[in-house]
Design a protein around this ligand. Structure first.
Ligand code: ATP
Length: 235
């Protein structure tokens, strides 16, 4: 569904990605693991057209998306939930969701059905639909960020560190919801430092270090790798 080949991204003199290749099969959950500054966010940002690729190719459903605008990429169904949530704190929960649907334009008529579909995943958000988003807890804000992304009707959903700064029990809940979203037919590309939880739900795992993919495999292969155990799983 998504294929990245030899992707290079520079920020001035900083070589953030040095030739990343990876593939996400339709219907799967793929996780990219890596430490701070490894290039995880840059990979997602270049897929979404937010940072330009210096070299390489990005294909979605057989079509090159490398030169498309972020808006065009979203309209194809490649939707990102950014690191740090980036919700609109002064707006209500439901207004934030409405903003998520903004790019769809044509299908806005059925927005009430979409609110309900999203609230089925996140009953807590339904209870708080008129609450100002800035007063939600950290976990609820992360849920809102994911819910807002769903409003854009993703075919593939790119999630940038959804567990960041959250208590383990909330992380477990959010990862459970990500699995449910996947079961409903949305392909997932997840970027995480939280290696344990993130690899548990993955079908396939890539590990990125200083702009290069250094290991890839099924979750069983990656979890049993001794270097990964030491570096990412605290063994
Ligand atoms: P984190 O988990 O901390 O977000 P990451 O794996 O997502 O880490 P990136 O944000 O992709 O890492 O950063 C990769 C490299 O690119 C780092 O060395 C970072 O300092 C650098 N970098 C990222 N954004 C910029 C920018 N706008 N300008 C210059 N350098 C940048």
């Amino acid at each position: 569904m998504l294929k990245i080949s030899d992707l290079k991204v520079n920020y001035g003199y900083v070589k953030a990605l040095k030739g990343v290749s990876l593939e996400v099969k339709e219907g799967s959950i793929v996780t990219i693991l890596g430490a701070n500054g490894a290039g995880k966010s840059t990979t997602l940002k270049s897929i979404s057209g937010i940072v330009p690729a210096t070299e390489g190719e990005i294909e979605f459903m057989g079509q090159s998306i490398k030169k498309l605008s972020p808006e065009e990429i979203v309209s194809l169904g490649v939707v990102q939930c950014p690191e740090g949530r980036r919700i609109f704190p002064q707006f209500s929960v439901e207004e934030n969701l409405r903003i998520g649907a903004f790019g769809r334009r044509k299908n806005i008529k059925n927005i009430n059905d979409d609110y309900e579909r999203v609230y089925d995943y996140f009953p807590k958000l339904k209870e708080r639909k008129d609450q100002v988003a800035g007063t939600l807890s950290g976990g609820e804000q992360q849920m809102l960020a994911i819910a807002r992304g769903l409003m854009a009707n993703p075919k593939i959903f790119l999630l940038d560190e959804p567990s960041l700064g959250l208590a383990p029990i909330v992380v477990k809940e959010i990862f459970g919801i990500i699995e449910d979203i996947n079961k409903a037919g949305v392909t997932i590309l997840l970027v995480e430092q939280n290696a344990f939880q993130a690899s548990k739900i993955a079908d396939y795992v890539y590990v990125i270090e200083t702009g290069n993919i250094v290991i890839s495999g099924t979750k069983e292969e990656v979890i049993s790798n001794e270097n990964i155990k030491k570096s990412y799983l605290g063994a």
